[in-house]
Write a protein that binds this ligand. Structure first.
Ligand code: ADP
Ligand code: TPW
Length: 583
């Protein structure tokens, strides 16, 4: 326990006798001690009033403090660290504007079910509550509440232990998510007896307790699966988060059911697994009759479980830790509520070695479509158009990941996201991090830093040029901490593509168009990183290989045909159409 010693002020006439010296602690140290006691090793944040000294003291006390250029990126780093470790990632910000900057990441973490705690300093409660105009005045607790799983404020030093314990438990138990912890400036300097302080801290026991499913729910699910003619398993990022990798693989293999991974579940089983139906996703979704969802929601990413995508009528088995998720879009015939590890283990208890395998016609049909599509894709990928397009560039990255299966892949953009997700096979769990449930732009450099810091391993951040812009200043952070991050920018001169024109003929370019032929590689050079400018797949391959071998901060400006790609990638249909377009 860190502490401060309090002695009466020493003057010429008044020197404190040693016996009267009391060991004290304060809010700063209690926050640090509470985090350390609960196994937190890293804080992602941005210093300023009132938390600057907290960042200094945290570093002095052995926590790793990663300081960012914008709080949203610190928040995203914390969120992905939470996903990777199962411990809440900590983001620390200043009051009002810093808090708001971190809030997008907190809301995104909650939406994606990543455990994260946003800790923000706040201004004087008495003034904030009377709206008397304090420095960075804002009722942060009230604003955070609807955007996260839980929100707490600590007013007294002796409650810091409880506040941090509650925040940790709320972030990781049940469905994981974002938690807000409000720490007013006054709290940090409050002192208390060090012994009492020590006692006030809580080491959270079993923060994410197992939730064993009821046996009848497991039986109901098995009965449904056994009777299926065209069964399918869908793995979501909840399955990746649950770290039940072996059990999930065993379940897939013993049942013989084809499976589809959602984007961040890729690699849970290697994408090259013979039972993967990813190459024939549309067919599998439309034709299946019984679908087992493991840690995946039937949200927009799965067309809400209905409509053309889902074709033939089907019945769903859903494994999720959140009971409320059931029936959220369509009826769930066999809900299994519990943690994925326990649920899959319960299923496996009864699956044994003689589980009826899916009908051969179904497996043959899936395999035939899959092989046809893989052949078509191979032909497209083999082309070498000039200028380079998404496919020829991604062919190179696909092979790099294949040769380096433990590499972390961060991915955002529109076309860059959609094509990379489809083309780059993943081989290990929790190695792919992307725009997720919101399809948000701006996670790039934050996720890259969080993944690099947490894993200590190489990161490839595959970024659309627009997507990169949302967090690009963190190149400096990557260089400052000398992180092994290779950022590859698919530069096609704009949002989606670079070919739009201003219909008025005026001087302003179209809203989706950027500076032509921008050299993003020069940006990283400003901070001592290594930049590459490439225009062909061969140059790209050489640059990525060099970048990975160096382990240094690198950025590759990959020039892509500015006419390649489509509006919003695969989401063109989500753009509302004007009924009254002027000529
Ligand atoms: P994807 O985007 O990959 O389809 P989602 O984020 O929509 O995945 O779904 C993840 C689901 O996993 C959430 O409904 C969440 O409640 C659930 N989940 C997360 N962790 C666990 C766990 N340990 N056990 C069971 N369900 C979990
Ligand atoms: C926070 C809207 C979706 S995709 C995208 C934007 C702006 C960028 C697409 O261009 P990019 O990719 O990155 O160059 P590519 O591969 O097609 O060339 N603001 C936020 N989130 C989202 N999703 C948007 C805007 C959007």
């Amino acid at each position: 326990m860190s502490s401060v010693l309090e002695t009466p002020p020493a003057t010429m006439h008044n020197v404190a006798p040693i016996a009267e010296t009391r060991e004290l602690t304060d809010g700063f140290h209690l926050v640090i001690d509470a985090l350390k006691l609960n196994g937190i090793e890293t804080i992602y944040g941005l210093p300023g009033i009132p938390i600057t000294d907290l960042t200094r003291m945290a570093q002095a006390e052995g926590l790793r403090v990663i300081s960012f250029r914008h709080e949203q990126n610190a928040g995203n780093a914390a969120a992905i660290a939470g996903f990777l470790t199962g411990k809440p990632g900590i983001c620390l910000t200043v009051s009002a504007p810093g808090f708001l900057n971190g809030l997008t990441a907190l809301a995104n973490a909650t939406t994606n079910c990543f455990p994260m705690i946003l800790i923000s300093g706040s201004s004087e409660r008495e003034i904030v509550d009377l709206q008397q105009g304090d420095y960075e005045e804002m009722d942060q607790l009230a604003i955070a509440k609807p955007l996260c799983k839980a929100a707490f404020r600590v007013l007294h030093a002796e409650d810091i232990g409880v506040g941090i314990a509650r925040a940790i438990r709320a972030a990781v138990s049940g469905r994981p998510g974002g938690v807000y912890l409000d720490l007013p400036a006054k709290l940090f300097a409050q002192t208390m007896d060090a012994q009492a302080g020590r006692k006030s801290l809580i080491k959270v026991v079993d923060p994410a307790p197992r939730q064993i499913p009821a046996p009848d729910t497991v039986q109901r699910a098995l009965d449904l699966l056994k009777g299926a003619k065209r069964p399918l398993i869908l793995l979501g990022k909840g399955a990746a988060y649950a770290r039940a990798d072996e059990a999930i693989r065993t379940l897939v293999e013993k049942t013989g059911i084809p499976y589809l991974p959602m984007s961040m579940a890729k690699g849970l089983l290697p994408d090259t697994h013979p039972q993967s139906a990813a190459a024939t996703r549309s067919y599998a979704l439309a034709e299946a009759d019984v679908v087992l969802l493991i840690g995946a929601r039937l949200n927009w990413l799965l067309s809400h479980g209905k409509g053309k995508t889902w074709g033939k009528p089907k019945q769903f088995v859903q494994i999720d830790i959140s009971a409320q998720e059931m029936d959220s879009n369509v009826a769930i015939a066999a809900p299994i509520v519990g943690d994925i590890g326990s649920c899959v283990a319960s299923l496996l208890d009864q699956v044994g070695d003689n589980f009826p395998q899916p009908p051969k016609e179904w497996l043959d049909a899936v395999n035939e479509k899959k092989n046809t599509n893989l052949q078509k894709m191979a032909a497209t990928l083999a082309k070498n158009p000039s200028p380079m397009n998404f496919h020829s560039a991604l062919r190179v990255l696909r092979d790099i990941v294949k040769a380096n299966p433990d590499i972390n892949v961060v991915n955002e953009g529109a076309n860059t996201l959609d094509y990379a997700r489809a083309i780059i096979d993943m081989y290990q769990p929790r190695k792919r991090f992307d725009s997720g449930t919101w399809g948000v732009m701006g996670i790039g450099m934050g996720f890259a830093i969080g993944a690099a810091v947490t894993s200590g391993k190489q990161v490839l951040a595959i970024e659309g040029d627009s997507a990169f812009g949302f967090s690009g200043m963190e190149l400096e952070t990557i260089c400052r901490y000398e992180l092994p991050v290779c950022t590859i920018i698919f530069n096609n001169n704009g949002v989606y593509r670079g070919t739009d024109v201003n219909p008025t003929g005026g001087k302003d370019v179209a809203p989706t168009v950027f500076v032509k032929d921008a050299r993003y590689d020069k940006m990283i050079e400003a901070f001592g990183g290594i930049g590459y400018n490439v225009t062909t797949p061969d140059e790209l391959e050489k640059a990525v290989k060099e970048a990975i071998a160096s382990g240094k901060p690198t950025l590759i400006n990959a020039v892509i045909d500015e006419a390649a790609g489509t509006e919003s990638g695969r989401l063109t249909n989500l753009n509302p159409q004007s009924a009254a377009m002027k000529k």
